[in-house]
Design a protein. Structure first.
Length: 133
């Protein structure tokens, strides 16, 4: 399908976390198993995630709705797990797609000073940024 849902009942559309985690997992699987179909599905999920959840340099946890003010942030703070933002950026780099890689690089480039000012809140993004240096 062209849309992720949080359950088979299709009542709640997938979130940024759903898209990022699924794309990341499929890309890891495709690299290990040389499964081209998994890579293709992951690529489609990445494209949809960037289109639906990263708008005007802001991350949205859910696809924008009719609400004028959605919940958004320039960066998502870490919890016990890496953020959906970090997973999507990692998946973008792993995809080997130049458009996805450029988008991920832009996010990291424009955020470096902000991340350094808040290292405990954005540790996963700082780690990713340092890996690319």
């Amino acid at each position: 399908g062209k849309q992720l849902y949080r359950s088979s009942a299709k009542r709640q559309k997938g979130t940024l976390q759903d898209y990022a985690s699924t794309a990341w997992g499929l890309l890891l699987w495709s690299k290990q198993s040389d499964n081209k179909q998994a890579a293709k599905v992951a690529q489609a999920l990445l494209t949809k995630a960037w289109d639906d959840f990263y708008i005007k340099q802001q991350w949205y946890l859910v696809k924008q709705s009719a609400l004028k003010q959605g919940v958004n942030a320039s960066h998502l703070t870490d919890t016990a797990y890496p953020t959906a933002e970090t997973l999507l950026l990692r998946a973008s780099f792993l995809s080997e797609d130049s458009i996805m890689i450029d988008k991920a690089k832009q996010v990291l480039h424009f955020s470096s000073q902000f991340l350094e000012e808040n290292p405990y809140s954005y540790a996963s993004l700082i780690e990713l940024s340092n890996q690319l240096k």
